[in-house]
Structure formats: structure tokens, C-alpha cells
Design a protein around this ligand. Structure first.
Ligand SMILES: Cc1cc2nc3c(=O)[nH]c(=O)nc-3n(C[C@H](O)[C@H](O)[C@H](O)COP(=O)(O)O)c2cc1C
Length: 198
């Protein structure tokens, strides 16, 4: 195995951190992770190591954002009582609380809207979440985007101020069934046009 400097050799300051310069055995092509990622709604009763969660958060931190605003904020929830309350806030989706870790993916935002008319923060937070879900796949973990939840309830449970938007919840854990699933997607010719719409 070759020693290599990777993304995670850089600390929170963005400076190279020799302590974090280590051998890594995980390797998965990005496209392979895209194909293997699936929504996981049943998890093994197995903890996710702290450093694994840190790597996922590092991957989120490296995401692009409009004007490099980096509005994303994350609350890492491991406490079983809080997870159960989050699953109640997620319209009773029980599996949310059964994952060993739930990320509340939030935005600290002034509601900046790009000149194209799109608000930045939902896009920026979504990109960061996608980094997490793909890297989680490479780590052998399963995730499921959760958009069906009561924002005010989640804010209350986690002590998130009303000014902070909760964009998604993301349960993370080792999948009970890691087998690949066939993607149910529209064919390319239904979603792509070339040169002009019509
Ligand atoms: C923004 C967003 C919100 C979602 N919300 C939920 C949710 O609340 N509950 C759930 O079970 N799945 C949720 N999903 C998962 C989708 O149902 C799933 O991604 C889609 O059916 C495609 O399946 P796949 O993820 O296995 O490829 C959500 C996905 C996205 C991207």
C-alpha cells in the first residue's frame, strides 16, 4: 500500500497536518460510489467510529458553495433519546431513530439568492450532503436523505435557534442489507436535450 497525502491530511484550518497524514485503505471510484449508494432504511446494531464520522464531515466541508459561503452546519446526534425524538419529528419514520448516528444538516444563512433566482443554501447544503452520502458508501455505510420532518420540532429537540434552517436529516449506519439494488430511473433520452430545449 502506498503512503499518500489525501484530503484528510488537512486539519480544520485547511493547513497540512502531519498528524493526520496516514495510510488509507479505502478506495472506491466516485462513479462506483454513485452506483452503489442507495437509500438505507434498516441498520445493523453497530456503532460508527468517531473518526469515520469526522471523515464524512471533512468531505462535506470540502464541498463547493455559492460565493464560497459555506452556510452548512451539522449537528451529530448519537444520543438514543434524541434520535427517537427525531424519528417522531420525521413523521414517525422509525428507522431514522434506529440508525446509530443522525446528522441534522442545517444552514446558517442570510437567505442569499443568486442572480439566477435560486436561493444558495438548499443547494449548497445538498451538495455537502451528497459528498457525505457518497463517502459513506465508500466507507461501507448506508444513509437515507430525510426531507419529511417538522422543522420547528427538530429545532426544539436539538436546541437549534429559529434563525438556523434545518434542510435535511441524514441517518447513518451500517446497512443490514448491503446488496446492490437496481436503480429505478428515467432513461437519459427523457431527461437530456442537446443544444436547445426545442
Ligand atoms: C431531498 C430528499 C428527501 C428525501 N426524503 C425522504 C424521506 O423523508 N424518507 C425516506 O424514506 N426517503 C427519503 N428520500 C429518499 C428517496 O425516496 C430516494 O432517494 C429515492 O427513492 C431514490 O432511491 P435511492 O436513494 O435508493 O436511489 C429522500 C431523498 C431526497 C433526495
Amino acid at each position: 500500500m502506498t503512503r499518500q497525502i489525501d484530503l484528510f491530511s488537512y486539519g480544520n484550518t485547511g493547513e497540512f497536518d502531519a498528524e493526520r497524514y496516514y495510510e488509507r485503505s479505502i478506495s472506491m471510484d466516485v462513479f462506483e460510489a454513485v452506483l452503489k449508494r442507495k437509500s438505507v432504511r434498516a441498520f445493523q446494531d453497530k456503532e460508527v467510529p468517531e473518526d469515520t464520522i469526522s471523515r464524512l464531515l471533512e468531505a462535506a466541508r470540502m464541498a463547493p458553495s455559492a460565493s464560497n459561503l459555506q452556510e452548512w452546519r451539522f449537528v451529530v446526534v448519537r444520543d438514543a433519546t434524541l434520535r427517537k425524538q427525531l424519528s417522531d419529528a420525521a413523521k414517525g419514520q422509525k428507522f431514522v431513530g434506529e440508525a446509530p448516528v443522525v446528522l441534522a444538516c442545517c444552514a446558517e444563512t442570510d437567505g442569499h439568492v443568486m442572480s439566477c433566482g435560486q436561493p444558495c443554501y438548499p443547494i449548497d447544503v445538498a451538495i455537502a450532503i451528497d459528498h457525505i452520502t457518497l463517502c459513506a458508501t465508500a466507507e461501507g455505510l448506508g444513509t437515507c436523505w430525510i426531507g419529511a420532518f417538522d422543522e420547528a420540532q427538530v429545532q426544539k429537540i436539538l436546541g437549534i435557534p429559529p434563525s438556523i434552517r434545518v434542510v435535511e436529516l441524514l441517518p447513518i449506519g451500517y446497512p443490514r442489507d448491503a446488496s446492490p439494488v437496481k436503480k429505478n430511473r428515467f432513461p437519459l433520452d427523457e431527461i437530456v436535450k442537446y443544444e436547445r430545449w426545442q
